[in-house]
Design a protein around this ligand. Structure first.
Ligand code: 5GP
Ligand code: MG
Ligand code: MG
Length: 177
């Protein structure tokens, strides 16, 4: 375990088994369909890479750069779309993947934007969902794990750009923040 990590919340092998089950669920819901998967960078990078390799080959992968956290451990409330050009989802079935559902503002803003752009349907999947009242009305269709309302890092999630490559989800020691 890294020195800065206070506690491992979800171990690597537990994540792997959960992704197996999520992939089964997703395959069942989209039998034989060509999906556009939209990975929200950078947090969903690790989760998506592992989940997507468990899905059938018939999918297209796109990425979106959105920012809601600006470096700290508190959500800023505003969601910025940072890409010059968004993927063409007109008439397509879309699955959006994010690392964590917190206030819900990010997923709400992304789903709304893709719907405005003419997506036929938009489903959402997250590795983690914080158990709390959300500021934006949204829940994910696929959730890896429900967790308490605390700041976590690892498996894609960062603190000031670091810790994304930890293979597990954990909490940071107070002195590391
Ligand atoms: P929301 O818009 O739902 O408030 O927040 C979603 C985004 O905030 C996530 O994609 C993630 O980037 C960031 N975020 C929310 N909670 C946490 C957390 O506990 N740890 C980290 N590292 N990022 C978080
Ligand atoms: Mg994010
Ligand atoms: Mg972040």
């Amino acid at each position: 375990m890294e020195d800065d990590v206070e506690r491992v919340l979800i171990a690597e092998d537990v994540i792997e088994r959960r992704l197996d089950a999520m992939a089964v669920e997703i395959r069942r819901d989209f039998p034989g369909e060509v999906l556009v998967v939209i990975v929200l960078l950078k947090g969903a990078l690790v989760f998506s890479a592992d989940l997507l390799r468990r899905l059938p080959r018939m999918l297209e992968i796109e990425c979106l750069n959105v920012a809601s956290y600006h470096g700290g451990t508190e959500s800023s409330g505003k969601v910025d779309f940072l890409d010059r050009k968004l993927p063409d989802v007109n008439g397509r079935r879309v699955l959006v993947l994010d690392d964590i559902l917190d206030t819900g503002r990010t997923l709400r803003a992304v789903v709304d934007r893709l719907t405005e752009m003419g997506a036929e349907s938009v489903k959402t999947g997250v590795l983690l969902a914080k158990d709390k009242v959300r500021s934006a009305e949204v829940e994910a269709d696929y959730v890896g794990f429900a967790i308490g309302d605390e700041f976590v890092i690892g498996y894609g999630l960062d603190y000031q750009g670091r810790y994304r490559n930890l293979p597990y989800v954990g909490t940071l020691k107070p002195e590391a923040r």
